[in-house]
Each structure stands twice: as structure tokens, then as C-alpha cells.
Design a binder for this molecule. Sequence first.
Ligand SMILES: Nc1ncnc2c1ncn2[C@@H]1O[C@H](COP(=O)(O)OP(=O)(O)OP(=O)(O)O)[C@@H](O)[C@H]1O
Ligand SMILES: [Mg+2]
Length: 399
Amino acid sequence: MCRKEAFKLIWNESVDILLVDDQPENLLALESVLDCSGYNLVKANSGVEALRCLLKRDFAVIVLDVQMPGMDGFETAQWIKSREKTKAIPIIFITASTREEEFAFTAYSVGAIDFMVKPFSPTILKSKIEGFVQMHKIQKKLQLQTELLNQQTEEMQVAKEAAEAAAKAKSEFLAIMSHEIRTPMNGVIAMADLLLETELTQDQRDYAETIHKSGNALLLIINDILDLSKMESGKMELFEEPFDLSDCIGETLDLFSLDCRKKSLDLIYNIDPKIPENLLGDVVRLRQILLNLVGNAVKFTESGRIDVFVRLKETKGNSLEVEFTVRDTGIGIDEIFINRLFQPFSQSDSSTTRKFGGTGLGLAISKSLVELMSGTIGVKRNDGPGTSFIFTVLLYKAH
Ligand SMILES: Nc1ncnc2c1ncn2[C@@H]1O[C@H](COP(=O)(O)OP(=O)(O)OP(=O)(O)O)[C@@H](O)[C@H]1O
Ligand SMILES: [Mg+2]
């Protein structure tokens, strides 16, 4: 049954009301007052009889005579209020004198208790009962809502666990597959290398070079997928080693000198002199981030320049927070795409792969690597043309 139907059912279902009085004529009088209101009226002629009824079913309201032989109204109420299942049922006492009414208030001032002095006005009794019945229905609705919420939370927990297990299985599968594909791929590239060293006709050379180039491109993708799946399954680890920052940047940028020359792009870097030369950190992964960002800058810039700035942001004892900026004068990034930029396989539009190549993994991997190095990465549009990617990482002074 859906939620709406369940609520409707609560609202429309007829409620049970317990009338307790030792005098049959009083019970009849109560019955005649309430008869046309659509309630199920259950009559009990003693306290004990009332308790018996309460053990069998749930009531919205109890109308209880105070003076009864044996167990009187107050004793009956005490028993009702002491039981977990019945303690919330509102009780309307029918008392004969105002002295009893005082007693009722001191004994049961804990809410949901009312009283009426005989002879009472039928209209007032009816409206009091109607009020309590409404309260009862609202309470039931809330109860149902809580149960549904608990059920939903449980279902969501189960779904979350299943999704996590599926994501883990996917990452593990990718990690194994990429690893398995990498080994034969290295063989293909090495053999193409050897083939290129032999005497070949021009056509054969072209074919071997294409095998070599395609093999390398495929290896890059496989490595990216391997990195991403390692990070997703939390298995990526950093290795600290001493390195020279300007060597690291110089060598990285050298890889793009040919591409930049072809496009007549200036590729310039500047390192804050406050940064010590010898540092400690995972230089391989730092180079990977830079390769990615500079690679993007070169790829998406047709004219102008690419600048790499490195500055010391903060020093805390032996650790240095170093900020890198890669600024280009390229095609820029659309505001709407910026939010998705660092997600795996996201590219500004479907024509990017065709026009520029790539799979949209570079920035997602860079972000994870930066975070592993206790840093952050962000992007901003330049005042002029192009984009600036800025990231920080934590490096250490080498002794
Ligand atoms: N410097 C930049 N200028 C303009 N757009 C950029 C720049 N850097 C990234 N982008 C946009 O962000 C997308 C994602 O970049 P990312 O490096 O993750 O993937 P890719 O370069 O397309 O492929 P891969 O890095 O996997 O080879 C790019 O496809 C491009 O649309
Ligand atoms: Mg890239």
C-alpha cells in the first residue's frame, strides 16, 4: 500500500471509544449522545471489564465514571496510565462533584486527561471527544510516518551498501584488467621499437610508426584507468623521495617544447626563490599532475603563451605548502562546464575527443593526486583569453 493510501485509511477508518460506567442507564445516555458520530462504542460496566477490553483492542478515547463499586475510576485510570500500550489514551472522567474534579487534576495532570461534572452538556462531551479523536488520528499518522521513514532509511542503507560494493568490484575489475592489458601492450610497443631499428621500406616504416604511436596512446589511457581505479579503491600510495623542483618542472615542460614550437606558443616557468631547491615528496605524481595541466594548456591553446608559476604559500616547520599555477591563453572553459570539470570522463563537449584527443580522465586523476598530497585544485577564467588552473600540494624540506 502506498503512503497516501495508508494515510487516507487512517483518516477514514472508524475509531473505537470505550465507555465505562456501572449504571446501565448512564451508559445508554452516553451511547445516545455519541451514537450518530460514527464511532464504534464499546461499553464496560466496571473497571475490571474496562481493563479486559483494553487488553484486546486499541481505543481513541475512554469516557470513565469515577464512582464505581470495586475498582473505581481513578484506580482504573492508574492502571491504564501505567501500561506502555495504553498510557497515551486520553481519559474523560465523568465526576459527580467538584471535589473529585480537584483530585483528578492533582493525580493526573500529565496531559490527555479531562473531566466533566454531572449533569454534563452533551454538546460539550461530543466536541471534547471529537478533539481527542482528531489527536488520536494525527498521532497514528505520525507513527506511520516514522515507521515509513525508518523503513526508507533501512532501504537506503541497503542500496548504499550495494552501490559501494558494486563500485568496489568495478574498480577492482578495472585495476586487474588494466594491469593485464599493460603487459602485452608494452610488448607490442617494444617490438615496434625494434622493428623501427631494422631496414624497412617507407611504407613498412609508416606502418610500424603507427603501431608504435597507437600503442603509446593506448598505454596512456590504460595507465590513467589503472590510476583512477587505484584511487577509487583507496589503494593509491605516495612514495617520498628527494628531488629538485626546477629539474622536475624543466623536464616536464621540455616534453612539450616540440608541440609549442609547432604552434609558436611561449612556454615559460617561474619559481619563487623562497622555495628550497631540494625537496621531499612524490616527484613522479607531481610530474603527472603538471604533465596533465600543461598538456591541457598546450592542447587547448592555439596562440599566445603558457605560464607556470610556483610560489611558496605557507611554511609550517618542515612542511611547505606550494602553489602551482598553469595559465594559458587558449579557448577557455564555459561557466556551465566548470562544475563537472574534475569528474572522470567529462569533456566540455562531445566534439572534444575528436578535435583534441584524450578521454577526460586527466583532471579527475590530478584532483585525486592533489588531494592525496593534502592540497586543493581549482580553476578560474582569466581576465583576458584562456584559463588558469591552480593547485597546492604539501612538500617537505629535504635534509
Ligand atoms: N586549459 C584548458 N583550456 C580549455 N579547456 C580545458 C583545459 N583543461 C581542460 N579543459 C577541458 O576539460 C576537459 C577535461 O580535461 P581532462 O584533462 O580531464 O581530459 P582530456 O584532456 O580531455 O583527456 P585526458 O586528459 O584524459 O587525455 C577537456 O576535455 C576540456 O574540455
Ligand atoms: Mg588532459
